[in-house]
Design a protein around this ligand. Structure first.
Ligand SMILES: Nc1ncnc2c1ncn2[C@@H]1O[C@H](COP(=O)(O)OP(=O)(O)OP(=O)(O)O)[C@@H](O)[C@H]1O
Ligand SMILES: [Mg+2]
Length: 204
């Protein structure tokens, strides 16, 4: 089983990296448009995301938009085996963490409970909102607090991906935290009741 998951990760990462630059730019613009019309910004301005790595869709236009509107944007930073979030303004100084992923250098960290929305990169997803990440378990550990039904307030989790990253069915492990929605170049797909009520309904 582990073998299958590892080979699925490799296959999906390779095909994501293989997208030609012009196609990638077109897809990124479409993802940006879908983000703008998704209703995500009505939910509150405390939005976290990521800097694209390993062929992930770039959401730099959203980061720039927040910057121009003088609204905060947050990026993950490693803290032991979990992620914390730090404010980031476009073009701020960054420093590489131990995985060579750039992080904001500020000292103030925010707990994910503080955020309205997290835009999450992913390697694969399925039609039920199951998410396959890079395999570190960092997002899963960080978002573990959202699992109990008693947790009423937690950030909306939106996966950002290219549609080719969708797979038939991912085996959900007990620690996996499902996505509320995914946005690809093809549009928004909602998986949770929460996302159906908060975001624009699927376009298909
Ligand atoms: N809540 C948790 N408590 C303890 N260990 C965890 C937890 N979540 C994940 N892990 C560990 O992390 C490892 C990787 O998890 P998994 O394969 O689901 O990563 P991923 O979802 O691809 O990565 P990420 O969450 O960083 O995107 C697993 O072997 C699991 O043991
Ligand atoms: Mg996982």
């Amino acid at each position: 089983m582990q073998q299958t998951i590892s080979s699925t990760r490799l296959r999906l990462r390779k095909s994501r990296n293989d997208i030609p630059p012009t196609t990638r730019r077109r897809y990124n613009r479409l993802i940006h448009q879908h983000l703008l019309t998704s209703g995500l910004f009505n939910r509150g301005s405390r939005i976290a995301g990521y800097l694209a790595y390993d062929g992930e869709p770039s959401i730099d236009l959203i980061i720039q938009r927040q910057h121009k509107a003088n609204r905060p944007f947050y990026l993950p930073a490693l803290r032991k085996q979990q992620l914390t979030f730090k404010a980031y303004r476009f073009n701020d100084t960054l420093a590489n963490n131990k995985f060579n992923i750039p992080e904001p250098t500020g000292h103030q960290s925010f707990n994910p409970k503080y955020l309205n929305t997290i835009l999450m990169p992913l390697v694969g997803f399925d039609g039920h909102g199951n998410r396959l990440g890079m395999g570190g378990g960092f997002y899963d550990r960080t978002l573990r607090f959202t699992l109990p039904a008693s947790c009423k307030k937690h950030p909306l989790l939106i996966g950002i991906a290219y549609s080719q990253q969708k797979v038939n069915r991912l085996l959900k492990q007990p620690w996996d935290i499902p996505l509320d929605a995914v946005i690809t170049e093809q549009g928004l797909q909602c998986f949770s009741i929460k996302s159906l009520s908060l975001l624009r309904p699927p376009t298909r």
